[in-house]
Design a protein around this ligand. Structure first.
Ligand code: HEC
Ligand code: HEC
Ligand code: HEC
Ligand code: HEC
Ligand code: HEC
Ligand code: HEC
Ligand code: HEC
Ligand code: HEC
Ligand code: HEC
Ligand code: HEC
Ligand code: HEC
Length: 487
């Protein structure tokens, strides 16, 4: 990053400023005279949080607020710095805001880490026209009418902030000076989201730009320090979505995070660091965060599980689920607590998911199919393990069955593929695939059995030939003896 912090001799002036303490009880002459002059800055300043804390114009501009002579009050000798330049005006702010002791003197306990965070953020890089940092304290908080951040008229108040961030981020012309590749549609997309709708209605509790991105610490989104980096997102969303008190007014569940972290996806992302596993925003969108509609869940899951989606969409379930408003993939896999899929999910007995909707009375056709699918899987698995036993036996007897053993790998492949094929919920299609497995396993089984009978055949053969050879030897011996006697 091009963070060139500008260290101008302002620091000298700041030193003088730092001696500044609370204004004397007497009238603040800077404000008085500037109000008399009908100065707009002074008028604005009467609503500024600094004014309410007894901080005068001199708190930032220097000078002596107790003197009513303007030339003396605003003299270099009294520490007057005039109008700070754009390049280093933030120095004026951090003179207090980065100094815990000074803030305490004003009776303030708010954090003093804003500058520390900002200076390594994406926003503190040098502006393209060398006018100091791209965004500084004044860019976001304004000046002379700075408000407490919880004041609804603050520029960074939740219902105002889209305007602030959007002032740059919605301008293609402005943004291209820094990063032409960055989209400029965040605000417009945000407005279509559940968060954006509530925000537009004046609700400060819905997520806005800063609740997801933070404020002073903002990093490029691909940086692992970014609050919206995949592994950080779940805790960002859960700040609100796991807060039962906050969410009570909206009457929606607050268990998404708790379930997600236990899910196959949560474990893969958060424990194994597998970035191909979805974080909250992969299913809900970034700025357009909405729950996927019931009929579009398969599209959301399908961004990664493409085959499952395609098969599901051609299956008899697609139409039936849409009619009944069943939430597609979620009906069988859940949304936040997606667990590893196992064969126990198929069949006519719990925990098979099929029995949630199918029985001998209700949707009975599917019930029958579920039973058949389950028995197909079970019998292929049984055949597979029996065949494996047979091949093992043959192997132990020294027979070469490596080809047949190797071919069983394909059976396991068929079983894995059938877990995907099942999403067609079509018995013929499913059977066709399982049958491929049977073809392989049967061939291997025959190979194994042949090897074993070969083995016995050879043993018997060996026995036979030993006997015959022995007999021959004996015969030969007798014959020789006879010949010996004759001679
Ligand atoms: C008696 C009247 C008076 C007092 C007291 C006074 N000012 Fe001013 N100030 C003025 C006038 C008039 C101007 C505009 C004159 C000019 O542009 O130089 C001005 C200009 C300024 C400017 C703008 C300077 C610029 O370069 O554009 C700042 C900042 C300022 N005053 C701050 C202060 C502060 C801080 C104090 C108290 C320490 C103060 N003033 C006290 C009358 C006063
Ligand atoms: C919290 C700090 C702070 C306080 C308090 C403050 N100012 Fe300022 N003022 C600034 C900064 C920073 C700028 C430069 C703003 C910019 O670059 O746009 C500025 C700019 C100005 C300017 C120049 C405006 C322009 O458009 O060129 C005037 C005049 C001024 N201030 C007068 C005052 C007066 C009068 C008061 C008291 C009534 C006051 N300021 C209080 C920080 C402060
Ligand atoms: C990119 C915009 C942005 C910039 C730049 C920025 N701020 Fe902020 N600031 C915010 C937002 C948004 C909030 C409110 C949310 C929060 O508290 O994090 C905030 C909050 C604050 C608060 C209140 C903190 C609290 O916990 O009560 C202070 C004080 C503050 N900023 C000072 C500064 C100072 C000083 C600078 C310059 C070093 C600065 N800000 C620069 C956006 C910004
Ligand atoms: C002379 C010391 C001083 C200077 C200089 C100063 N501030 Fe402050 N600022 C304070 C104090 C004290 C508060 C009140 C904090 C509180 O309410 O606890 C405050 C409050 C704020 C708040 C509201 C914080 C909140 O909790 O909501 C913001 C934002 C802020 N200042 C921004 C700025 C910016 C921007 C500048 C520079 C243009 C600046 N300040 C310069 C002392 C200063
Ligand atoms: C509900 C949380 C949330 C809210 C609210 C939100 N963002 Fe984002 N933002 C994200 C996520 C998540 C990403 C993308 C992360 C990724 O691509 O890995 C993102 C990405 C971005 C990016 C990078 C470019 C892009 O579009 O991918 C910018 C710039 C941005 N947001 C600005 C904003 C602004 C401005 C607002 C307010 C209008 C805002 N965001 C509101 C969560 C949010
Ligand atoms: C003064 C203009 C300006 C303001 C105000 C501003 N930004 Fe930015 N922001 C930028 C620019 C320019 C970049 C791109 C910098 C780069 O890529 O080098 C950026 C970068 C970002 C990024 C990182 C994008 C990425 O992945 O590279 C995020 C996130 C972001 N801003 C969010 C916000 C939020 C949230 C706010 C409001 C609190 C905000 N910005 C206010 C100008 C601004
Ligand atoms: C600042 C608090 C806050 C943060 C942070 C937040 N949300 Fe929200 N969210 C809300 C509130 C409040 C609602 C409104 C609930 C409602 O009306 O249904 C909401 C609504 C939603 C909804 C619509 C729920 C529904 O059925 O109407 C989704 C989806 C959602 N948020 C997802 C997210 C995701 C994903 C993240 C993180 C990227 C996130 N939210 C971050 C406060 C937040
Ligand atoms: C694998 C996809 C996926 C992930 C990851 C995911 N969600 Fe959801 N979420 C959904 C679906 C699907 C729905 C339900 C939509 C429906 O039934 O209409 C939903 C519903 C919601 C709702 C609406 C209220 C509810 O519980 O029904 C909120 C709020 C929400 N999610 C927040 C989150 C948060 C926060 C995270 C991260 C901790 C997250 N989601 C992670 C897919 C996901
Ligand atoms: C961003 C990509 C992505 C999205 C979106 C996604 N998943 Fe996943 N899913 C994965 C990854 C990666 C894994 C493997 C995790 C692991 O390593 O255990 C996985 C695993 C699974 C598993 C376990 C598979 C097994 O072999 O046991 C199921 C079931 C599942 N996802 C269902 C869903 C459903 C339902 C949705 C939508 C609500 C969804 N996924 C959305 C990427 C995604
Ligand atoms: C009617 C119930 C049902 C629906 C609807 C459903 N699945 Fe499945 N899913 C299953 C069953 C049953 C298995 C297989 C379990 C096994 O045999 O191991 C499975 C397995 C999976 C697997 C692991 C196997 C593989 O293909 O990697 C993933 C991933 C998966 N489903 C994703 C999805 C997605 C995405 C959707 C929506 C498009 C979806 N499922 C819809 C019941 C369902
Ligand atoms: C959320 C409810 C639900 C679940 C869970 C479910 N189904 Fe269905 N299924 C239906 C509905 C509704 C129909 C359409 C009703 C009908 O045509 O009889 C249907 C139809 C079918 C059909 C087509 C029957 C025909 O008419 O040709 C098959 C096959 C089927 N399901 C198999 C399964 C299997 C296997 C499982 C378990 C892995 C399962 N279903 C889980 C609701 C469900």
């Amino acid at each position: 990053m091009k963070n060139k912090i500008i260290n101008i001799p302002v620091s000298v002036l700041l030193l003088i400023l730092s001696f500044y303490t609370l204004p004397a009880q007497s009238t603040d002459q800077c404000i008085k005279c500037h109000l008399d002059l009908d100065d707009t800055h002074a008028k604005l300043f009467k609503t500024d949080v600094h004014f309410t804390k007894g901080i005068s114009c001199a708190g930032c501009h220097g000078g002596d607020a107790t003197i009513d002579d303007m030339d003396v009050a605003m003299s270099k000798e009294k520490g007057f710095i005039g109008v700070p330049s754009r390049v280093n005006r933030f120095q004026v702010c951090i003179n207090c805001h980065a100094d815990e002791n000074k803030m305490k003197r004003f009776g303030s306990n708010i954090p003093t880490d804003q500058y520390e965070k900002l200076k390594s953020s994406v926003h503190f890089q040098q502006s393209f026209n060398d006018q100091g940092p791209l965004a500084d304290c004044v860019t976001c908080h304004s000046v002379h009418d700075i408000k407490n951040v919880k004041d609804p008229t603050s520029k960074v108040y939740p219902t105002k902030i889209t305007e602030l961030c959007g002032s740059c981020h919605s301008s293609a012309e402005f943004m291209k000076q820094y990063n032409p590749a960055l989209p400029v549609d965040q605000v417009s997309k945000y407005k279509t989201s559940v968060h954006g709708h509530l925000n537009a209605k004046g609700d400060p509790n819905a997520a806005e730009c800063a609740s997801c991105h933070g404020s002073h610490e903002i990093q490029p989104v691909k940086d692992s320090r970014s609050l919206v980096y995949a592994t950080n997102i779940p805790s960002v969303c859960s700040k609100c979505h796991s807060d039962a008190k906050l969410m009570a007014a909206y009457k929606i569940p607050t268990d998404q995070y708790e379930k997600y972290v236990k899910s196959v996806h949560g474990i893969a992302l958060l424990e194994k660091g597998d970035l191909s596993s979805p974080s909250c925003n992969d299913c809900h969108g970034n700025h357009g965060a909405v729950p996927p509609g019931v009929e579009s869940i398969s599209k959301v899951c399908g961004t990664c599980h493409v085959l499952n989606m395609e098969l599901f969409e051609q299956s008899p379930h697609k139409k039936a689920f849409d009619e009944h408003n069943y939430p597609e993939c979620e009906s069988c896999h859940s949304n936040h607590l997606v667990e590893p899929a196992t064969d126990a999910m198929v069949g006519t007995q719990k925990p098979a998911v099929c029995v949630n909707c199918h029985s001998t009375e209700v949707n009975s056709k599917g019930y029958i199919v579920a039973g058949k699918m389950k028995s197909l899987i079970d019998s292929l698995k049984t055949e597979d393990s029996e065949t494996k036993n047979i091949l093992d036996k043959a192997g132990q007897k020294g027979m070469d069955v490596s080809d047949a053993t190797f071919s069983l790998k394909d059976v396991r492949q068929v079983l894995i593929q059938s877990r995907t094929t099942i999403h067609a919920f079509n018995l013929d299609k499913f059977k066709e695939q399982i049958d491929e497995g049977f073809t392989i396993v049967n061939k291997a089984k025959i190979n194994g059995e042949e090897a074993i009978s070969d083995y016995y055949f050879r043993r018997i053969g060996l026995g036979f030939s030993t006997v015959i050879v022995t007999l021959l030897v004996i015969g030969l011996y007798i014959k020789l003896k006879k010949v010996e006697k004759k001679s």
